[in-house]
Design a protein around this ligand. Structure first.
Ligand code: NAD
Ligand code: 0WE
Length: 263
């Protein structure tokens, strides 16, 4: 008996087995959900299909979230696969992108193009996915996105991604207000630093990751399994009265006023 028996999930953002999206997909599957996947085309055959098939998934579709056409096609394929009255019970948005040059140096140097790109991929994409998914969403459906503390407070080098995550978190609240009357919930998980592809090669990430475990109240880094278990809560009826929230999976880091290892 799983918490998500009979539910269907669609997960955007698996790049490899370190991806937060993959930790969430596994956790949803463990609780009985049937999980479909969408990632950018170049990742599908080599990376996504083997992972998806390892948990019995057959719905695996490409989508670059910068393309309205590709977004529309994914949900059309969902309808073709599961039928016109097909429900989508869980939608997971776990993707972000900014130019590497905008994740170093000073935020003030962000170009118009770099700003627009980061906000398009990392924030607007949630709005676009939810709009296209809306006919498939039902009373009890749950939308989950991934955010980071850099939305709220300045984190060195996070720069334009912090602004994009602030827009994403505000979008969660407005989407929750729009979809709430239909019984559809929208929430964000604010995860502590995880060593994924998106963190690889970020200047200063390694040091920040190490120091995080020295200062976070629980004195540990967080894992994609930790995020997965919280996603199960947000996807299931356990959180039936929770919407528009940012839920921290960060070993308590965000509660600290002055993060030092002394407390
Ligand atoms: P990841 O590299 O495994 O996943 C990022 C995904 O974004 C990749 O699958 C990539 O293909 C996808 N993506 C980028 N541009 C895209 C586009 N145009 N269309 C479709 N997909 C696109 O890294 P991750 O750390 O698992 O990131 C997942 C989410 O978690 C992101 O929103 C990230 O901001 C967030 N997050 C990460 C951390 C961390 O420390 N790793 C912490 C908090 C939040
Ligand atoms: O959201 C993120 C990272 C998102 C991300 C990562 C990359 C790296 C490769 C977006 N775009 C790109 N573009 C690339 O070319 N995180 C929460 C992880 C992260 O990134 C940081 C962090 C943390 C934590 C960047 C600077 C400082 C801290």
């Amino acid at each position: 008996m799983g918490l998500l028996d009979g539910r269907r999930a669609l997960v955007f953002g698996v790049a490899n087995d370190h991806s937060i999206a993959w930790g969430i997909a596994r956790a949803l599957h463990e609780q009985g959900a049937e999980v479909g996947f969408s990632s950018i085309e170049s990742l599908i055959e080599k990376r996504v299909r083997p992972l998806a098939e390892s948990i019995g998934s057959t719905f695996i579709e490409p989508c670059d979230v910068q393309s309205d056409d590709q977004i529309r096609t994914v949900f059309e394929r969902w309808r073709q696969t599961y039928g016109d009255d097909a429900s989508l019970d869980i939608l997971v948005h776990a993707l972000a992108f900014a130019r590497r040059e905008d994740l170093e140096g000073e935020f003030v140097d962000t170009s118009r193009e770099g700003f627009a790109l980061a906000l398009d991929v990392s924030a607007y994409s949630l709005v676009a996915l939810v709009r296209e998914a809306r006919p498939l969403l039902r009373e009890g459906s749950s939308v989950i996105t991934l955010t980071y503390y850099g939305a709220e407070k300045v984190v060195a080098n996070y720069n334009v991604m912090g602004v994009a995550k602030a827009a994403l978190e505000a979008s969660v609240r407005y989407l929750a207000a729009d979809l709430g009357p239909d019984g559809i919930r929208v929430n964000a998980i604010s995860a502590g630093p995880v060593r994924t592809l998106a963190a690889a090669g970020i200047s200063g990430f390694k040091r920040m990751y190490g120091e995080f475990a020295d200062v976070a109240p629980l004195r540990t880094n967080i894992s994609t399994e930790d995020v997965g278990r919280s996603a199960v809560y947000l996807a299931s009826d356990l959180s039936a009265a929770v919407t528009g929230e940012v839920h921290y999976v960060d070993a308590g880091f965000n509660i600290l006023g002055v993060p030092t290892g002394e407390s």
